[in-house]
Design a protein around this ligand. Sequence first.
Ligand code: NDP
Length: 292
Amino acid sequence: MGALIDGKAIAAGIREDVAKEVAALKSEHGFTPGLAVVLVGEDPASQIYVRNKGKMTEEAGMNSFTHRLPADATQDQVEALLETLNNDDSVDGILLQLPLPKHLDEASAIERISPNKDVDGLTEASAGRLSLGKKGIRPCTPAGCVILAKSALGDDLSGKNVVVIGRSILVGKPAALLFLEQNCTVTIAHSRTKDLGEVCRQADILVAAVGRPKMVPAEWVKPGACVIDVGINRIPAPEKGEGKTRVVGDVDFDACKDVAGQITPVPGSVGPMTIAGLLVNTVTAAKLRRGL
Ligand code: NDP
């Protein structure tokens, strides 16, 4: 069996480093970074994510502000709240929990977040900086994928063939750009890709960010490849009781673990890295805003 990539432990280490930096900022510069999370509606998964983010933010010694709006909130209400947070000096990072309820315009809301506080790295300004190779805040989940790959393969990823399945603005596209930044040779696959299995078999690092349970079979994995599974899919789990569910990734873990050189389990690898990345980005935003 390939080695498990323990994102949980790596994320815990990153959160410890963040806590040390937060303490130093407080004692040396007299401020505490603050993260504001905006949750619109009652989506159960989002509620859990928001609770976890708040808890981890506080555990790192930072200020956590959670703002909840009802599921029928208007676009104006959401954007007015974001504007207030942009102007709030105690807030260094703003995270708008996605997805928003269907009647809201997500892209327009994201654009209302000040790029200086865009800790999710999703505004046009952040995406532009990433694609131009300029310094800036990078999206948390894709940044976590690069850290996990480095933990498995070493810091120098130059020349590795990377295949990213998925081209979303949230994960696939920024992940591809971040691996390109590491001098990898990157292929982006998507729903129109022909012979996806053949494409995937070229990968030294295979990143699956699709949202389809266990879609990557063992035959798509080059022996010894590093497999990073971003997918979070809830499937029925009758073995746990009637109506129960469990979370699986986009990779058929049980089948692929024997072929891969290293592989991330789901849950518990990419997910924790996303939250750790959010805390790192909040500290970075807090420092940049104060010219540190
Ligand atoms: P999106 O639905 O936005 O994007 C999915 C991508 O997968 C699209 O680019 C789509 O292609 C592609 N795709 C769909 N079907 C196929 C197929 N049959 N073959 C190849 N490609 C396909 O999802 P996200 O990027 O937002 O999320 C992906 C997964 O990652 C989800 O399971 C999500 O829950 C999870 N996630 C996990 C996070 C974490 O912290 N671990 C954070 C964020 C997301 P096309 O563009 O052609 O339609």
